[in-house]
Design a protein around this ligand. Structure first.
Ligand SMILES: Cc1cc2nc3c(=O)[nH]c(=O)nc-3n(C[C@H](O)[C@H](O)[C@H](O)COP(=O)(O)OP(=O)(O)OC[C@H]3O[C@@H](n4cnc5c(N)ncnc54)[C@H](O)[C@@H]3O)c2cc1C
Length: 455
């Protein structure tokens, strides 16, 4: 039985990166307790070993464009463990018609089987034709109008599958890609992208992780919090919350009393906890759905490849996604120190809302789909893995469907009228690790200014 912490400044429910980052930032000024349902912290951010290779089970890093990420890593004292992904040949590929095609910004100007000249001309028209965006369009609807039908299947569908494991027809541009939306409101997206590419002083976001994988970030935050006298309690699910001159959080390990509360657990858990205290917000959260994803981790002998994978990875064009395989990440190229030099590590992503049913099929089926993709992409018909493991995330990535932007607005309004509670997590204001950390920073600042520590 864990000792119950009484009368803390801030209770954080959920020990994924959203909750841990928030707790770490707030812990400089407030007494904090993190409650985590599982026996390990990190939520989706888990890393594992397969043979002597270190794999990430879900996210394989974060983009270094968000200042709060560097602040967090500095705060927990692991700056020396920052590992940028290999910058040598950082090409991304598109797997289309059984061939890997390198993607480059020059694609619009060159001959390429991915877009006809007519489709390129239609896309380039965006340079001079930039209508005002409508209120909350889907990604497909908006891009079709701006760039023409040609870009949907070979560019937009792979990009949406790679980030949201969903189809562009189902994704709200405004909620899911706020930066793109902002560019859209300012005029031609292409013109802004080209000017960014020409700007030599501009630092382009780079994929980054820690030496031992993304889980190390969560472990190190937990160690830091505990060393500073705060609590991170695993195997401690919050089961009920009430408000009575402070928040009372019930768990099987005892009750906790906190002056402020952050809910960072997934939408269904937030729905359950808010059901009696804020039923209308609970109802809103209950509508959020998730895409399931399977991740197949594989190692191969390098010598078995004629051309070993080089670059960040490959996404699949819409016609190739029919099998259920959405992408292959070249993990040993990204982070070469995580396996022996004679080994190739890859991670295949399958399912999503594009083929949700295959996530529940057998390991053998998922592994054979992933292997078939490798054999075709690398033109190695006899390729076989030396080690393989399948990870399933039944609630992998929240769906930012049409209406999600309006939901975000209602959550902001709820926050304005309820200063002692904050809702976050990857289902609300961004799925990327860097977004979870940024929101954690913002909410921590809010609590620091709203909940003065006890003298
Ligand atoms: C396959 C895959 C690949 C990805 N790749 C990338 C990538 O390359 N880059 C990137 O930036 N992002 C990536 N992401 C997204 C990113 O990993 C997640 O969005 C992020 O880690 C989610 O963090 P979170 O804390 O919001 O949620 P979670 O990690 O889901 O954490 C929520 C926590 O709440 C806990 N909890 C639930 N109920 C309760 C309760 N009642 N009481 C207490 N605790 C509770 C859960 O156990 C969990 O630990 C990827 C995701 C997946 C699935």
């Amino acid at each position: 039985m864990t000792t119950a912490v009484q009368d803390i400044d801030l209770c954080v429910i959920g020990g994924g990166i959203s909750g841990l980052a928030l707790a770490a930032f707030a812990s400089k000024h407030l007494s904090v307790c993190v409650l985590e349902k599982n026996s390990t912290v990190g939520g989706i951010l888990q890393s594992t070993t397969l043979g002597s290779a270190v794999f990430d089970e879900a996210a394989n890093g974060w983009l270094d464009s968000e200042p709060s990420v560097a602040d967090l890593i500095d705060l927990i004292g692991c700056t020396s463990d920052i590992t940028p992904a290999n910058t040598d040949r950082a090409t991304r590929f598109l797997f289309h018609h059984k061939t890997l095609h390198p993607l480059s910004p020059k694609l619009l100007m060159q001959a390429s089987p991915l877009l006809s000249w007519l489709q390129k001309l239609r896309a380039l028209r965006e340079l001079v034709w930039s209508p005002t965006p409508i209120n909350e369009p889907s990604m497909a609807e908006f891009m079709r109008r701006r760039f023409g039908e040609g870009v949907i299947d070979n560019f937009l569908a792979p990009m949406c599958a790679g980030i949201y494991a969903d189809a562009p027809e189902n994704i709200s541009l405004r909620a899911a890609f706020p930066n793109l939306w902002n560019m859209a409101t300012q005029g031609s997206i292409l013109r802004q992208l080209f000017s960014r590419l020409r700007d030599k002083t501009r630092k382009h976001p780079h994929l980054t992780s820690l030496k031992m994988g993304t889980h190390q970030l969560c472990q190190n935050i937990t160690t830091h919090l505990r060393q500073c006298g705060h609590s991170v309690l695993t195997d401690t699910p919050a089961t009920h919350i009430t408000y009575d001159n402070g928040w009372i959080i019930q768990t099987p390990n005892g009750n906790f009393r906190a002056r402020s509360l952050a809910l960072t657990c997934p939408a269904p858990a937030q729905t359950h906890l808010l059901d009696t205290v804020h039923p209308s917000i609970a109802m809103e959260l209950s509508r959020i759905q998730y895409s399931p994803v399977a991740v197949v981790l594989q190692t191969f002998a390098k010598d078995d490849f004629t051309n070993p994978p080089s670059g960040f990875g490959a996404l699949l064009s819409r016609s190739e996604q029919q099998s259920g395989l959405l992408g292959i990440l070249f993990s040993s190229h990204l982070y070469p120190h995580r396996c022996p030099s004679d080994t190739i590590m890859t991670r295949s992503i399958l399912g999503g809302s594009i083929a949700p049913e295959i996530v529940s099929t057998s390991d053998e089926h998922l592994q054979s789909l992933a292997l078939q993709g490798h054999r075709e992409a690398f033109d190695c018909p006899n390729l076989s893995p030396t080690n393989v493991r399948t990870i399933r995330w039944h609630r992998a990535i929240p769906r930012y469907s049409i209406g999600h932007w309006a939901l975000q607005e209602r959550i902001r309004t709820f926050h304005n009228t309820n200063p002692l509670i904050r809702l976050s997590g990857n289902h609300l204001f961004g799925v990327a690790v860097k977004d979870c950390i940024r929101i954690g920073y913002e909410h921590a600042q809010h609590f620091i200014h709203t909940v003065p520590p006890k003298s």
